[in-house]
Ligand binder design. Sequence first.
Ligand SMILES: Nc1ncnc2c1ncn2[C@@H]1O[C@H](COP(=O)(O)OP(=O)(O)OP(=O)(O)O)[C@@H](O)[C@H]1O
Ligand code: SF4
Ligand SMILES: [Mg+2]
Length: 414
Amino acid sequence: MPRDLLSVRDLTTRFFTQEGQVNAVEKVSFDVEEGEVLGIVGESGSGKSVTALSLVDLVEDPGRIVDGEINYRNSELAESASENAPDAVDGDFVDVRKLPERHRRALRGPDFATIFQDPASSLNPSLPVGEQIAEAVEVQRRASANPRSTRSRTQSYGLGKFLLGTALPGQGYLTEESKARAIELLELVGIPDPAERAEALPHEYSGGMLQRAMIAQALAGEPELLIADEPTTALDVTIQAQILDILGDIQEETGMTILLITHNLGVIARMCDRVGVMYAGEIVERGSLEDVFDNPVHPYTQGLLGSIPDLESAGGRLQPIEGNVPSLLDQEMEDRCYFADRCPNAMEECLEKPPEFPGPGSPDHAAKCYLADHPYEPEQALPEDYFDDESSDTTVGRDDGKDDASGEGVSADD
Ligand SMILES: Nc1ncnc2c1ncn2[C@@H]1O[C@H](COP(=O)(O)OP(=O)(O)OP(=O)(O)O)[C@@H](O)[C@H]1O
Ligand code: SF4
Ligand SMILES: [Mg+2]
């Protein structure tokens, strides 16, 4: 029986902007089982990245996690936290939101590693790539040697190296073992001449190579959970496939738990055991890959999947679902199902209040839609032109232009 490694409950993250409150992630709950690949899929602006950033406590101003639990199973952490943050502990689980800031920070790397879309933001431009990976190896070694010391995990290599280099010129801070491991990791992710490439700076790497290096850096910490947010989106299709193969092979060999975020349904089909579909800051359907792909309940999921000609083929761009994701500005969110104005099955009851997502203990395959409880009732259908008047002013895309119409929606393979 698989156990949950992570159990997220009612996670709610908002941005308090000049335009108003943005409900980026609203009461999101999901579990990640040990050893599985859980996919989160949804259009641009649906809250996928903010969910990932919330898990690793990297939401920046004007954003803030305002509610929810991030329960992480780790008996060693639970034991140490029971002394200084007993409220955070429930059996082997620790609600990381209730840990002091420095303890939360210490989880990044050895516990939760991240791969983001933009490798440049994760690597220091002025340090050789191999050294940065070796640093992650060192942090992991120190954490394993003394799992209850947060200090050993959080020491900054950059500062440590600077101080040691000043005090003891000519003496390296990184051990030969860590440097050798970094080269092994570069080889593992398919970087040719890894010993030589380890000496190069990030700008000397191509985009695909940098993405591989970032995976190597994430793996160096031997993380309990790898959070990969659009890990291949910026790359061309052939390199995407190579990198997904590497990730898939490593996952199979090590049984690593992965939370994979993407707007690419082909990537989900290829990599994931279970899926959560996000829309307007919420999970609107979840289930096994088969449940969600073969028997989708939510009209949004049906729309995403219906636009895929054939998942096995590396198809081109897809027809997006008509309309845009809502702005998520609180004052513009209608008190109704947020998908209603795009939903081909919208009924009168969908306008009365948003449907509930089934609570804990509900079946694995669940959807936040009235059609999960009863069949479509054509006599309750709204007139086709019902939303025509409001469509011009209530649905807006992201202000960075990455709305559906720009081709950044969910795709089978782009
Ligand atoms: N710094 C910020 N300030 C204000 N709003 C933000 C900020 N970052 C994200 N948001 C808003 O939060 C919502 C969720 O954004 P998020 O980046 O999580 O979407 P996403 O699903 O990852 O989209 P994409 O597929 O484009 O990466 C969007 O409405 C976005 O505009
Ligand atoms: S609740 Fe109603 S409007 Fe919303 S997705 Fe379901 S059928 Fe469509
Ligand atoms: Mg994103």
